[in-house]
Design a protein around this ligand. Structure first.
Ligand SMILES: [Zn+2]
Length: 217
């Protein structure tokens, strides 16, 4: 049973790890299905101003058409970086539409915009799974997210952050993922910590995350 790393920027295949590698539509990458590698693509809010949004979305749609990407994103909202929120929201809405149209999950970047993401989930009545990557908020916020059909992905911050360890104990098992994002942390260290927090074996934790992955990807 592999470790699932639901969001990483490290494209190197790794033994016993199944990765969803984030690529940007303007990257010159060869998207081929190597064993253990899946891809997600989308316009990160930080770069909206620096790229041609239309061209980038066209690239993403071509990848979607050929079935070469398993998920959209990361896309989303960032209150601390990137262009004004109204523009970020406009681009994020395009990703939501594509996710619904092509029936693929959406990986979400969210910094200090948890309420906005929740409101958009409700307003758009989106049905596809959303995965909130690098979740970093409270147990109450996690509950609101999972009740709205948004999966929670916990990253390297889990190793140090006490509040996230509380979150980790409480996430419903059918809504849970883990990730390494841009860090050098090994994904198995995150599983070890999370298994300890949840009082299960690492094998049990891998099983349930694999089930979640198979359900949506
Ligand atoms: Zn990322």
């Amino acid at each position: 049973m592999p470790y699932i790393d639901i969001h990483t920027h490290n494209a190197k295949a790794q033994e016993e790890v199944l990765k969803v590698v984030n690529i940007f539509p303007w990257d010159d990458v060869e998207v081929n299905s190597q064993e253990g590698l899946f891809y997600s693509a989308g316009i990160h809010p930080w770069y909206i101003d620096e790229v041609d949004v239309k061209d980038s979305l066209r690239n993403v749609m071509e990848w979607l058409d050929t079935g070469k990407i398993a998920a959209l994103g990361e896309a989303g909202l960032d209150a601390l970086r990137g262009p004004e929120i109204s523009l970020q929201e406009e681009v994020f809405l395009r990703h939501i539409e594509l996710s619904e149209e092509f029936e693929v999950p959406l990986i979400i970047h969210c910094v200090k915009t948890y309420n906005e993401i929740l409101a958009l989930r409700k307003r758009t009545k989106a049905k596809q799974p959303w995965i909130l990557h690098g979740f970093n908020s409270s147990v109450q916020m996690m509950r609101q997210m999972t009740e709205a059909g948004i999966y929670i992905s916990l990253g390297p911050a889990l190793l140090k952050n006490k509040r996230l360890q509380d979150v980790c104990r409480e996430v419903p098992e059918e809504m849970l993922f883990f990730e390494t994002d841009v860090s050098d942390v090994h994904i198995n260290d995150i599983y070890t910590k999370a298994a300890e927090m949840r009082g299960v074996t690492e094998g049990e934790l891998k099983d349930l995350v694999n089930n979640n992955f198979r359900k949506i990807c």
